[in-house]
Design a protein around this ligand. Structure first.
Ligand code: PMV
Length: 331
């Protein structure tokens, strides 16, 4: 087999973060920033993983891939975990040279880890002649397992679904329901808050809240689940005024969890004042990005308001939504 390059998209959470960890629904869209993984098979039982974040490729042998991915350097942990899942599933690995590259920095929180995981599994499948045997649901299943292994069991899998299937998705039941939404993705302005979010810590914070007040938290999450259903209908109808209101309501619940930050708040408020239909944080909170729903007339005003909100390091990210999922790149 010859070498193969596969790419997978990053993602933006539209609605339903945190509740999705507990099996409730969310909406996610894939973005046109991609991670690329090239795999060239070897037959000497060796694995070498090259990434820009390491001065030398990380070297391992197929035989000692059985250990935990946590023994590998941080920069290659998701690739190693993906290799382990592929190896366990297929037994088909005689060695590989692997190289990764990305359109975007991990700092944005746009899902580079889930993208590299899905792309690695697909690239291994193609490079070993098993592309036909592993369909998208297999790549999602193995990718989700790989991500959970690295993250100590934390995560809902919505990001792996976006990397695998692309487009805009309704995602629920920790992957039991993955429904592609037809029609154009929502017109959004994306603002980076200048700070990398500590996702694991925030998920643990919400878990602690839920342990203290299970009924109230579950009621809140059921409400978010309803909002996701209403948002799906509004999106399909192109009713952006309604979708914007739903985004604001979802943000109010996220505020009660205490996952917002002063920087995110400033950007959200600035976007609303500049005429956005609605605005909210996107992802775990604690940093990363916010999104604002706009139209052609309000887009430039909202972009300017975010850039001039006085948040150090904040920037408007020019990304397109609804990008295709994991795919083989032409040679
Ligand atoms: O911080 P991100 O973009 O990886 O999003 C986290 C979303 C959570 O619901 C908080 C966690 C998850 O895995 O769904």
């Amino acid at each position: 087999m010859s070498h193969v390059t596969v790419s997978a998209p990053g993602k933006l959470m539209l609605l339903g973060e945190h509740a999705v960890v507990y099996g409730y629904a969310c909406l996610v869209t894939a973005v046109n920033l991609r991670v690329r993984v090239t795999v060239a098979p070897r037959d000497d039982g060796k694995v070498a993983i090259a990434t820009l974040d390491l001065p030398e490729p990380f070297a391992a042998s197929v035989d000692n891939l059985h250990g935990s991915s946590s023994e590998a350097p941080q920069a290659v942990r998701f690739v190693v975990s993906a290799l382990q899942q592929f190896w366990r599933e297929t037994g088909a690995l005689t060695g590989a040279d692997i190289a990764t590259a990305s359109d975007f920095t991990q700092a944005y929180g746009l899902g580079s880890s889930s993208a590299v995981t899905a792309a690695t599994i697909k690239a291994l499948a193609e490079a070993t002649g098993r592309g036909h045997a592993l369909d998208a649901s297999d790549i999602f299943r193995l990718g989700f397992a790989a991500v959970l292994d690295v993250q100590g069991g934390i995560g809902s899998g919505f990001d792996v679904a976006a990397a695998t299937y692309g487009g805009t998705l309704y995602y629920a039941g920790r992957g039991a329901e993955i429904v592609p939404l037809p029609g154009p993705p929502p017109p959004l302005v994306v603002g980076y808050s200048g700070i990398k979010a500590p996702t694991t810590r925030l998920v643990q914070h919400v878990a602690a809240l839920r342990a203290r007040r299970p009924e109230a938290m579950d009621a809140g999450m059921r409400h978010v689940d309803d909002l996701v259903g209403e948002a799906q209908a509004a999106l399909l109808d192109g009713d952006y005024a309604q979708l914007g209101r739903i985004m604001d309501t979802n943000q109010a619940w996220l505020d009660t969890l205490g996952v917002g930050t002063a920087a995110l708040d400033k950007l959200i408020t600035a976007a609303r004042r500049a005429g956005a239909y609605g605005a909210k944080l996107s992802g775990a909170g604690g940093g990363d990005c916010m999104i604002a729903l706009v139209n052609d007339a309000t887009r430039p005003r909202v972009e300017r308001a975010i850039a001039q909100a006085g948040v150090p390091g904040a920037e408007v990210l020019r990304v397109e939504m609804g990008a295709p999922g994991v795919q083989v790149e032409p040679l």
